[in-house]
Design a protein around this ligand. Sequence first.
Ligand code: ZN
Length: 247
Amino acid sequence: MNDDQLLRYSRHILLPEIGVEGQERLRRARALIIGAGGLGCPASLYLAAAGVGRLTLADADKVDLTNLQRQILYRTDSVGRPKVHAARDALAAVNPEVNVVALARRIEAAEFDPLVADADVVLDCSDNFVTRHALNRACVRHRRPLVSGAAIRFDAQIMAFDLRDPASACYACLFPEEGEVEEVQCSVMGVFAPMTGVVGASQAMEALKILGGFGESLGGRMLLLDARNSEWRSVRVRKDPACPVCK
Ligand SMILES: [Zn+2]
């Protein structure tokens, strides 16, 4: 690292758990972030600020006025631009050293394979079960750690599945693909703005620990946040031996 980098990352380097070596690992790391909305904005902002070498950010949407209440990478004059292009500019302004690959299109299931295989960690910041399950399948196939977040109304979940470990549960162990799940999206249900920041930042936290090789991952537990009552719960997550995706 050069002098500027040593300064930029000094507050990480001062942490004995990270140090110069951990920071170098972050600089060499590649993260895939699916969704540049309420969760993807804070997640990618922290990963960029922390110096993760390459961020691939995928989202087909354009910035809408209703997004600005919580999607913190965007400004009023971003409205109408593809989200990932506005995000790339905002992230470059924070940290020009990070290589941001912007994919301004809907990623089809087959395309997840090469994207996931080419990443060291995957962040699911999407808002629908089709994407969540396709991404989970690709992470199981390629044994890539998956950090999943969800936020709706005043309720949120954070999960991490370290699929490098064959004993790890996967997303489908908790939420079966053919399960009866009601699809609810922020576009119709409403979402409490700062809670998306809490969840996206927590996803970045888990991803950085995985990439930097420090701390203990959330793997094996799901964090549940009730923001209305400021209550956190931690629930054990077990691998389902009958799960058709990861058995
Ligand atoms: Zn499973």
